[in-house]
Design a binder for this molecule. Structure first.
Ligand SMILES: [Zn+2]
Length: 310
């Protein structure tokens, strides 16, 4: 057994800090990429001018504002890639909604499927007046409401993660958390790395929605950081409730995962919205880029999961 504060404080830090950093990273992605590209361009120009002895004018290329118009699209494709992995992982935590029970209609099966449906309908009904299916009309209109709801919808599965962690901490015979995490062949550290990495990647789905739907909300002094902190807390709260209650009570965590799978569909739909722009014809290059970002999002969270399997 590990004392409550000795387990709860590291859990809070390992959940909240990566979440905040993940959010910060994804909403700054455009600026970071811009900086890297312009650095590369300048370096390239310098090399060229060294050989030609003439300085080249900077290539006007795509104007920043034109680029910004497309950024939410690419980020959303990346976020949707993360979501696809997230969904399969979370429904796995709910034993695929008890499908193995076949037509048993046991109470456990009914409760599992019921929680999934309740979670799904709950978020859509709470947000029914904010143009879920007319995403362009929802941009910049509802303050922080949309990203906060997305934060809650993907955060709820943390009840299950937290409860599993709390139970582990209160029942383990190991003296340290890392030993408790380790399997028979060790690997406590890699399990912790997997957890921290996935806690930085999951909130990127929230950050993408913040960027796509509520970016103007942060245009106040210290606005962005305050918003991101608020979103990280909203995302982390279920994990903390799960860890605190799971320490003292024994849960079947698959119910929490069933609920969390249902609620997360709201995030999936919000992430899909910005992918489509009905106002302009899309180019073939654009489609390939989108496919690339989808694959990239899925593969980064797959990469984090590899640590868990190590
Ligand atoms: Zn998770």
């Amino acid at each position: 057994m590990i004392g409550f504060p000795d387990s709860f404080l590291p859990w809070t830090a390992a959940t909240l800090i990566p979440a905040f950093l993940g959010l910060l990273l994804i909403v700054s992605a455009e600026r970071i990429l811009d900086a890297i590209l312009s650095m590369l361009k300048r370096a390239l120009n310098r090399i060229k001018s060294f050989f030609r002895r003439t300085s080249l004018k900077a290539d006007p290329g795509v104007t920043p504002s034109a680029r910004h118009a497309r950024t939410p699209k690419y980020l959303s494709a990346f976020g949707l890639g993360i979501f696809l992995w997230f969904f399969v992982d979370t429904i796995g935590g709910a034993a695929s909604l008890d499908v193995v029970d076949a037509f048993s209609a046991s109470w456990a099966q009914i409760a599992t499927v019921g929680l999934f449906v309740v979670g799904l309908i709950m978020f859509f009904s709470v947000d029914r007046n904010r143009n879920i299916f007319s995403p362009q009309l929802a941009v910049g209109k509802y303050g922080l409401a949309i990203p906060l709801l997305v934060a809650a919808s993907v955060g709820i599965h943390g009840l299950g993660e937290g409860a599993a962690f709390g139970a582990l901490a209160s029942q383990t015979t190991s003296a340290t958390l890392l030993d408790a995490f380790a399997g028979p062949t060790g690997g406590g550290l890699t399990a912790a790395v997997a957890y921290v990495l996935h806690k930085a990647l999951e909130p990127m789905m929230i950050g993408v929605c913040y960027f796509a739907y509520a970016w103007d909300h942060g245009r106040r002094p210290a606005g962005y950081l305050r918003d991101l902190l608020l979103l990280s807390i909203a995302f982390a709260i279920p994990s903390l409730i799960g860890a605190a209650s799971g320490y003292y009570l024994a849960y079947n965590t698959s119910y929490f995962y069933a609920l969390g799978t249902g609620t997360s569909i709201y995030a999936g739909v919000r992430l899909a919205g910005p992918l489509f722009n009905n106002a302009q014809p899309g180019s073939s290059r654009e489609s390939i880029k989108m496919a690339f970002f989808l694959a990239f999002g899925l593969l980064v969270i797959y990469f984090a999961a590899l640590f868990h399997s190590g």
